[in-house]
Design a protein around this ligand. Structure first.
Ligand code: DGL
Length: 270
């Protein structure tokens, strides 16, 4: 992948809503000098229940918005969008586009010891079979077990990750993984890192949790290094946040995802 533009331009990141902020948090941690423009499609969230056609169209529109900010590359900080829209975006736009599925799958293949990997994600991501396909391509002998977890996103958005109800729901969803004896669990939705303590408690210390937010940023870092496109400017990086619906709700929840309050949230119509 080549980046032909000015390295000082920002990295464009989008998600269906707030979940992608777990990727932004990682970007800030691993690449603190980079400028970032984030677009959360809060007016059309969730994508996890939508058709592939709608997910692809929304994703194309999101990149069109980010391109107005002269971004040097795109990070799809949404597993659902990465599952369906990555080839279309790469074909349509003259920019490097990185999704979360490939890096998450690669990491899981590296860390599994018994070759039994579980994936939790939205219904659309599980139905796409993208994680299983990508893992099988890397290592055909690995067994992949998928589980849709539609109640996790609303629980996280309600801020109920510490409540007993979250533990009970996680226990129900994860039960089949115990029987399947997985040793690695991919958090295949960018919301799920907020549930890590509960998932760890239910699955036990013996199961590795693979956070696709962390893995995708490792890939972005590598890409910027290999293409000499890391930001060089010494001025403080710009950090912008755009949403397609009323920013108030976003402000309140964003603190939970990022760990600190954010400024500069702008409404942007799709
Ligand atoms: N952020 C989305 C993902 O990573 C989940 C939320 C949604 O359904 O839009 O799949």
């Amino acid at each position: 992948m080549r980046i032909k533009t000015d390295p000082n331009r920002p990295i464009g990141v989008f998600d269906s809503g707030l979940g992608g902020l777990t990727v932004v948090k990682e970007l800030f941690r691993q690449l603190p000098k980079e400028s970032v423009v984030y677009f959360g499609d809060t007016a059309r969230v969730p994508y996890g229940t939508k058709s592939p056609e709608a997910i692809i169209r929304f994703s194309q529109e999101n990149v069109t918005i980010l391109k107005q900010y002269q971004v040097k590359m795109i990070v799809i900080a949404c597993n659902t969008s990465s599952s369906f829209a990555l080839p279309a975006l790469r074909q349509q736009f003259d920019l490097p586009v990185v999704g979360v599925i490939g890096p998450g799958a690669k990491k899981a293949v590296q860390v599994t010891r018994n070759g039994r990997i579980g994936v939790i994600a939205t219904a659309a991501t599980i139905n796409s079979g993208q994680y299983a396909k990508t893992i099988k391509k890397l290592q055909p002998s690995i067994k992949v077990f998928g589980q849709k977890c539609p109640l996790f996103v609303p629980l996280i958005e309600e801020g109920w990750t510490g409540k007993e109800v979250s533990r009970q729901i996680a226990q129900e969803y994860l039960r089949p993984f115990k029987k399947a004896r997985i040793d690695t669990l991919i958090l295949g939705c960018t919301h799920y890192p907020l549930l890590k303590p509960v998932l760890r408690q239910v699955m036990g210390e013996g199961v590795m949790l693979v956070d696709s937010a962390q893995s995708v940023v490792e890939e972005v870092k590598e890409l910027l290094q290999n293409t000499n496109c890391a930001r060089q400017s010494q001025s403080p990086p710009a950090r912008r946040f755009l949403v397609s619906d009323e920013p108030r709700h976003f402000h309140r929840l964003a603190k939970r995802f990022l760990g600190f309050p954010m400024k500069n949230v702008k409404r942007c119509y799709v």
